[in-house]
Ligand binder design. Structure first.
Ligand SMILES: C[S@@+](CC[C@H](N)C(=O)[O-])C[C@H]1O[C@@H](n2cnc3c(N)ncnc32)[C@H](O)[C@@H]1O
Length: 348
């Protein structure tokens, strides 16, 4: 038994409480579930083709090595375990890109003739219906936002829609293109809450159990809770768990995003006040801590450079200077508040 297995809080019976978060390998978690005990699985595995985007290195976001990936050879096992854990007449949604969608269809022999209803049968038992598209929009939702790649920008992600047995969607009028901006919260590939809300609302009833074994931020649980569904979330790394779920994480699990309480953003004073020493003591301390003033309160080169800028350019340069430098342990809270201001985008 691995260390992760030892942290699994249950074996066969499903959790009776409204929500649970565990640190676990996804395959172990799925295997620990009783057969036919789950109402919906919605998940976003760290599929192998994510490495292609990383290797191309088209954006910093994708070149960041966020997490270990699950090799393609293990995807059939994933589908098998999900199929086993689902009750009859239930749905399964799997987020992926075009490459992994192809891999899964090949593995499941989905290319063959269609059933009379237009769907296709998978080797593991699911009926495969179609790819739902998450079309990524600008923040205001007004336009599709171009992504990466040079053969038409990739502005969408796939959600493969599987069915075990037969279950009607709750709202038959929802289209198969779902529009939403990126989630915009820290964490690897966090999916938008609006998309999860739609999928859960479409495929479950209140009180039913939603499982995401690669939960990341746990957005599936956050939305399940809002819709009064029960949820079980698992991940090998809960660092990016949504703060509202932190209390459900096992003791000792690192929930960095939740524990980090960002200070209220505060704008630095006019730089002249720092030079003249007329700024507050906390502000002068912060300026020393970020290397703008030396120990005697004299301006350092970095501050001189900022002072030399035209007033119009100064604010952006101050923000950039505060943003690019990594936060050091034990910084004064005033400086952390300046850094929060630099990140927040709030203007003077
Ligand atoms: C693409 S992210 C999921 C993001 C999530 N959908 C969200 O919206 O925040 C994949 C997640 O799988 C986790 N992971 C990687 N390998 C795992 C494994 N073997 N078992 C469980 N989780 C794993 C990673 O830690 C990462 O959080």
């Amino acid at each position: 038994m691995t260390e992760l297995n030892a942290m699994l809080p249950f074996t066969a019976p499903q959790p009776a409480e409204p929500g649970r978060v565990v640190v676990s390998d996804a395959f172990d978690l799925l295997r620990s579930l009783a057969p036919e005990s789950v109402d919906l699985v919605v998940t976003d595995p760290p599929y192998e083709s994510l490495q292609i985007h990383r290797a191309r290195g088209t954006t910093t976001r994708l070149t960041t090595n966020w997490f270990a990936t699950v090799p393609n050879e293990r995807l059939p096992e994933l589908l098998r375990e999900v199929y086993r854990a689902l009750k009859p007449d239930r749905h399964f949604y799997l987020f992926c890109d075009e490459v992994t969608a192809d891999v899964i269809k090949q593995q499941q022999n989905v290319g063959g003739p269609r059933l009379p209803n237009g769907a296709r049968r998978c080797s593991c038992g699911f009926t495969y219906w179609k790819e739902i598209l998450w079309a990524k929009t600008t923040l205001d939702g007004a336009k599709i936002r171009g992504g990466t790649g040079y053969h038409y920008r990739a502005a969408s992600e796939r959600i493969l829609f599987f069915e075990k047995g037969k279950r009607a969607l709750n709202d038959l009028g929802i289209p198969d293109v779902l529009m939403a901006p990126r989630a915009g919260v820290p964490g690897p590939a966090v999916k938008p809450s609006a998309i999860l809300r739609t999928l859960i609302a479409q495929s479950t009833q209140p009180g039913e159990l939603v499982v995401d074994p690669f939960c990341g931020s746990g957005v599936a649980g956050v939305e399940a809770r809002k819709l009064e569904r029960r949820f079980l979330l698992g991940d090998i790394d809960l660092a990016y768990l949504d703060p509202s779920l932190a209390k459900l994480a096992p003791n000792g699990a690192v929930v960095a995003r939740a524990s980090e309480v960002p200070p209220d953003p505060r704008e630095p004073p006019d730089l002249e006040e720092l030079v003249e020493g007329t700024a507050g003591d906390d502000e002068l301390d912060a300026a020393r801590a970020c290397g703008w003033l030396d120990d005697d309160g004299a301006p350092c080169e970095s501050l001189e450079k900022l002072l030399a800028l035209r007033p119009k350019e100064r604010e952006a340069a101050i923000r950039r200077a505060l943003r690019i430098e990594a936060e050091r342990a034990g910084e004064p809270s005033e400086l952390r508040a300046w850094r929060a201001w630099a990140l927040s985008g709030r203007r003077r």
